[in-house]
Design a protein around this ligand. Sequence first.
Ligand SMILES: Nc1ncnc2c1ncn2[C@@H]1O[C@H](COP(=O)(O)OP(=O)(O)OP(=O)(O)O)[C@@H](O)[C@H]1O
Ligand SMILES: [Mg+2]
Length: 230
Amino acid sequence: MITISDLHKIYRLGVVEVPALRGITFSVHRGDFLGLMGPSGSGKSTLLHLLGLLDFPTRGTIRINGIDVSQMDDDERTDYRLRKMGYIFQDYALVAELTVLENVMLTALAQGKSEQESRSSSRDVLDIVGLTNRLDHLPKELSGGEQQRVAIARSMVNRPLILFADEPCANLDTTNSRAVLDQFHTINQELGQTIVMVSHEEWHKEYFHRIISLKDGQIESDVVQTHDRP
Ligand SMILES: Nc1ncnc2c1ncn2[C@@H]1O[C@H](COP(=O)(O)OP(=O)(O)OP(=O)(O)O)[C@@H](O)[C@H]1O
Ligand SMILES: [Mg+2]
C-alpha cells in the first residue's frame, strides 16, 4: 500500500549537509506490523516522517495505493494526514484538561463528525484498547501505559489506513511497554490494522512481523519473521 523507492533525505544546516537517508527502497503491505529498527541517528524517525507525509524527501518517490505523493497538492496531503493516517509519538500529547473520552472525541470532531457519532466511535476504540472503565479520567489519573493507549485509541478513531508510531514505549517501563505492544498486536491481528513502528529495543522484535533495520541511512536488513509471538 506504500511503496518507496530510492528515497533520500538530506538535511541542510547552513552550509552543512546531513545525509539522513541514502537510497531506501521497500513496500509496506496491508496488514503489516512492521518494525523500523537501528541505532540512534540511523534515520528511523526521518523515514517514518516521510512515510507519514509529515516531511518531503530530497529525492526518490513515495506511492500510496499507486498514487505518487509528490503529485498531490496540499489539500490532498492534508486529507491523507487527517483522515487516512494515524500518528503516535513517545510523549502521548494528550490534552491535560480533557478526559480520556474527550481526548479521543476531539480528533473525531475535528474531522467533522457529529457529537453523537464522535462519542460512539470514541467509545468503540477505547473499548478496543481496554479503557472502557477509564472514560472519565484525566490523563494525570492514568498510568503511562494507559495514557499511551489513549493515544492509540485517538490515532485509530478515524480508522486510518496506516498507523505510524515513533518509539511509543520510550517513556514506559517494561510492564507498560508490554501493555502497549499487546494493544498494537491486538489491533493488528483483529482489525488488520497496518502499523509501522520505530523502536530500538531488542525485545520489541518479538512483536513485529517484519523488521527493517537501518544503518547510516541505508537498509541493513529486511527480515520477515515467521515465529509466533510468545
Ligand atoms: N531537522 C534536522 N536537521 C538536521 N539534521 C537532522 C534533523 N533531524 C535529524 N537529523 C539528523 O539526521 C540523522 C537521522 O536522524 P533521525 O532522527 O532520523 O534518527 P533516528 O534513527 O530516529 O535516531 P533516534 O533513535 O535517536 O531517534 C541524524 O544524524 C540526525 O542528527
Ligand atoms: Mg528517532
